[in-house]
Ligand binder design. Structure first.
Ligand code: NAD
Ligand code: MN
Length: 364
């Protein structure tokens, strides 16, 4: 039997709960489609950091690297200064494992209500492809005279043709398999150096994808168009910061953070890819059982797709979508069951759902 080795980082807050719920769905899909999943839990996140003073060490990195993929819940804890875990663990993993592409589908599933008027499953099916290792998130910086009226903070941004090309290639390939429309999102009227590099890379890669139309929209304008007219977008390719912001907006359009999934992909396959919900550790609801595990389950479905288990991926996606459509609310005490119960319902649905129920597998 084929066996996939998954590294599991539950992390902080709601992370461990939604990850456990998602794994129930993965196991059900493995049973149905005849493969095995072996998991290794990694004790990384706030507790481990508070104990050891280290967010991620070489030994953990080497151990993680031995796995076929990584499932991550979320990290972040009010007891740990901002950035220590988000930068020191998540961004560090993305960079160490060359996960240069972050794929974030924005799809409104049938029966799920968008809080935005006029958004329907017919007009809301796009994918944000975010460059995942550079930009302002990787440039470093410094603060002189911190804490004084003379403080000056410098936050550098780095953009290379190499990483940008990986993201743009990935986005064109995806668009070619979908509705053949690619939108570059940047702010090239102000950030002229990085913006021009992105535009040059898009223009160059576009010559290899003559069937894919491409256009350009400024990041601020995209925030206007995305909720009002999501149907005009198919694949949006953008940098690290804009992609982070736009995908929370996309999450809102598709029903909220309880629904939004992501894949941090190493397109060259030189290290494991990492799959995580778009949301964070949600300390405000941690321990209450109110976290919606669907975003984690849909991220696990992306993981199964990345491992080549296409039918299992479709079944898990369809099961999560079908359970979402039945939920009276997409988060909070009136979800219709706690995190574990919703996860179990998704897992049970995996056993008999039609994997083709939610459409064309080439779309994400
Ligand atoms: P958040 O995504 O954790 O929460 C935002 C809001 O959405 C909260 O009100 C929360 O209760 C709600 N929410 C989030 N996920 C939900 C779910 N599955 N079901 C129902 N409701 C959900 O963002 P935040 O509050 O800005 O950040 C909290 C911590 O998480 C911070 O430390 C932040 O740095 C970190 N964070 C980590 C990641 C990651 O691990 N990749 C991503 C974003 C934020
Ligand atoms: Mn984010």
């Amino acid at each position: 039997m084929r066996t996939h080795h998954l590294a599991v980082i539950g992390g902080d807050g709601i992370g461990p709960d939604v990850t456990a719920a998602a794994l129930a769905g993965v196991r059900a899909a493995a049973d149905r489609y005849g493969f095995a999943v072996e998991t290794t839990d990694f004790d990384l996140g706030a507790e481990a950091y508070l104990r050891s003073g280290v967010a991620l060490d070489e030994a953990a990195l080497a151990e993680l690297r031995r796995h076929d993929a990584i499932l991550l819940g979320a990290v972040g804890d009010p007891r740990v200064p901002p950035g220590v875990l988000e930068r020191g663990l998540i961004v560090a993993l993305r960079v160490a494992f060359a996960q240069s592409v972050n794929v974030r589908p924005v799809r409104l599933y049938p029966g799920v209500r968008s809080p935005v008027v006029g958004v329907s499953p017919e007009n809301c099916d796009l994918v944000i492809v975010r460059e995942n290792t550079e930009g302002l998130y990787a440039g470093g910086g410094s603060t002189s005279h911190p804490g004084t009226p003379n403080a000056v903070a410098i936050q550098n941004s780095i953009t290379t043709v190499a990483a940008t090309t990986e993201a743009v290639e990935f986005a064109f390939r995806l668009a070619a398999a979908r509705r053949k429309r690619l939108t570059l999102c940047h702010k090239k009227n102000i950030l002229v150096h990085a913006g021009q590099l992105w535009q040059d890379v898009v223009d160059e890669v576009a010559t290899r994808y003559p069937d894919v139309e491409h256009d350009y929209v400024h990041a601020d304008a995209l925030c206007l168009h995305l909720p009002l007219d999501p149907g005009r977008f198919d694949v949006v390719v953008t940098d690290n910061l804009f992609g982070d912001i736009l995908s929370d907006l996309g999450a809102t359009v598709q029903g909220g953070l309880g629904v939004a999934a992501s894949a941090n992909q190493n397109p060259r396959g030189t290290a494991p890819s990492m799959y995580e919900p778009v949301h964070g550790s949600a300390p405000d609801i941690a321990g209450k059982g109110w976290a919606n595990p669907a975003a984690a389950a849909l991220s696990a479905a992306l993981c199964l797709a990345g491992l080549g288990e296409r039918d299992a991926a479709l079944a898990l996606e369809a099961a999560a979508a079908s359970v979402l459509a039945e939920m009276p609310a997409l988060s909070g005490p009136s979800m219709g069951g706690d995190t574990t119960a919703i996860g179990d319902r998704i897992a049970k649905r995996v056993t008999d759902v039609d994997p083709a129920a939610i459409g064309d597998p080439a779309r994400s």
